[in-house]
Design a protein. Structure first.
Lengths: 189, 189
DNA sequence: CATAAAACCGACCATGCGGTCAAGAGTGTT
DNA sequence: AACACTCTTGACCGCATGGTCGGTTTTATG
């Protein structure tokens, strides 16, 4: 029988995923070309198409991997209450700014059947966060619980837009501030 | 002397701006074609190029108009304290979801010299918000003041991502909730 | 060591895009 | 009425893009 897939197949694929994610995030998914992503990864465009069927399939793999890891992190941290959750999420975004940005502004460009499993991951995150909020404020109506939950995600998801590493508060310092802010804010609604 | 510009020139231009903004926001600026935007507006592509020099010039006009109006609204509301500011901004986003979305994910695609005046508008908004926060908490260090200010913008800018008109809290009800949340949160940092 | 498939590439293709153009229809000015 | 200019269009152009193809090199397996 002939040779099977290479031993380092998964690592190579992971390298393409990471390199392409950085390139896509830097230029915007739609403007970023496969030729450019290939150059960034130091391979030919044809090779990317050896590992992935299409540009969309590559994006899907980037987002699916990212969201799966995020769900795992959050699942692990959900025992530590709301502040623990907030710190865990902000910490997980470290070294994943590119993937996070792509999730926010490129996920919607995928066809619905590819979006579905990714959206399912997102819903899982939202549910865990909502449970943590509800633990502090079991009296909130469903509508208000959802609104508060999304408020917290707004805070977290906006972070990468204004924070520049090395300037202002550190990631960890902001995580503390955000946790305090949310906990106090919860008492006011 | 020959005829001048048509009397309804500005209205026509405004119509294109509004129609194109909706189309761009729905499909994403980069994927959205000028042909498609033209069809959405019920005119030919060539006509858009009669009113605008380029796709970028059209985007610039959309964002510049939107941000100018926003600055005007915020400038007027800054006397009413932080809660007033929050309510004013959320209310101003009404009927401007498309423009708001474009501001968040297409502004960066403009060349630096076109971005500059728009970013100046944004900075104005941030400054006003920071002043309102500082009025409540004059003891915050500059770094923390900035972090809290961006936290508030995160809450506001995320709203359009999860809110669906007619479902859950109304816009006004959420504005009240957000104002309460922020005011209480401010006491916790 | 033979072999068959994987790994990899340069060149190529079809399509859709932003933008242009030449021309006609409509209209305020003289 | 004659003019000059705006308004409006369908047809067109060059180019970059996502994706393909034929071929070469490499490497697990028998």
């Amino acid at each position: 029988m002939p040779r099977g897939i290479a031993r380092d197949h998964d690592e190579k694929r992971g390298g393409l995923r990471k390199g392409a994610a950085a390139y896509f995030a830097r230029h915007g998914y739609d403007r970023a070309s496969m030729t450019g992503a290939a150059r960034e990864c130091g391979v030919s465009k044809a090779l990317i198409y050896h590992y992935y069927d299409s540009k969309e399939a590559l994006l899907f793999d980037i987002l699916d991997t990212h969201l799966s890891e995020l769900v795992a992190v959050v699942d692990e941290a959900k025992g530590n209450g709301l502040p623990g959750l907030i710190r865990a999420i902000l910490s997980a975004y470290e070294d994943a700014d590119a993937e996070h940005k792509l999730q926010l502004d490129a996920l919607a460009t995928l066809p619905p059947e590819m979006q579905a499993p990714l959206v399912a991951h997102q819903r899982r995150l939202v549910t865990i966060m909502a449970d943590a909020v509800a633990a502090d404020r079991p009296d909130l109506s469903p509508d208000r619980l959802r609104a508060v939950t999304m408020t917290v995600f707004g805070i977290l998801n906006w972070f990468y837009m204004w924070h520049r590493p090395g300037r202002g508060l550190s990631r960890a310092a902001y995580a503390d501030l955000a946790a305090d802010f949310v906990q106090a804010g919860l008492k006011g609604v």
